[in-house]
Design a protein around this ligand. Sequence first.
Ligand code: 3NM
Length: 218
Amino acid sequence: MSKLFDKPSIYFIMGTQNTAGREPLMVLEQALAGGINHFQLREKGSDALTGDALMKFAIECKWLCRQYDVPFIVNDHIELAQAVDADGIHVGQQDAAATKVRRIIGADKILGVSVHSLTEAKNAIDSGADYVGMGPVFNTQTKEDAKSPAGVSGIAAVKKLHPELPVIGIGGITPDNAARVWSAGADGVAVISSIAQAENIASQVIRFKTNLKAGAGK
Ligand code: 3NM
């Protein structure tokens, strides 16, 4: 397993539109206090922050992540990631091609790619991805154009062929189903709503950790 994912990762993803009206920085700080291992800023949709407001928010998120020594990863916005000196960038299949992104950000930054098949996983490796996000594992309400839920079999198939590639499951993951994702071979779980909208955010992260450990017989 790569050093980046050397233990079950709770990889929290959030934009200002995911917090059900709660102060996003407070949500992030609670998630960090609970023990998330990675954070990705993902501003999406018609009400997404843009321009200076997005830059300011990204700098604040990065500062909070630094306090907890958690890598700060930006979704899709390469220029923003570079401007705030993020630790990494995550791109989808529709975003700028991963090979080009790797060339722009250099070897030292983290590159994550969303994949939905073995072929896409192989292409991500060839592009220099440090990890892939694979989903949706379960049904999700969060991503409007999400594909049909694929379960955990795709993750198991990718890990069988590419055991060295860190794979993070995404889509509809909760503390109750996270251990299934881990048992299939995933290196972590990427989560938006189950953490961002939890009543007690830090406790919810701790529940994820406890349940992942319980399922860690792989
Ligand atoms: N990507 P939640 S599913 C951002 O399948 C994202 O690639 C997906 O949100 C994919 O944890 C998804 O609330 C949404 O289900 C995940």
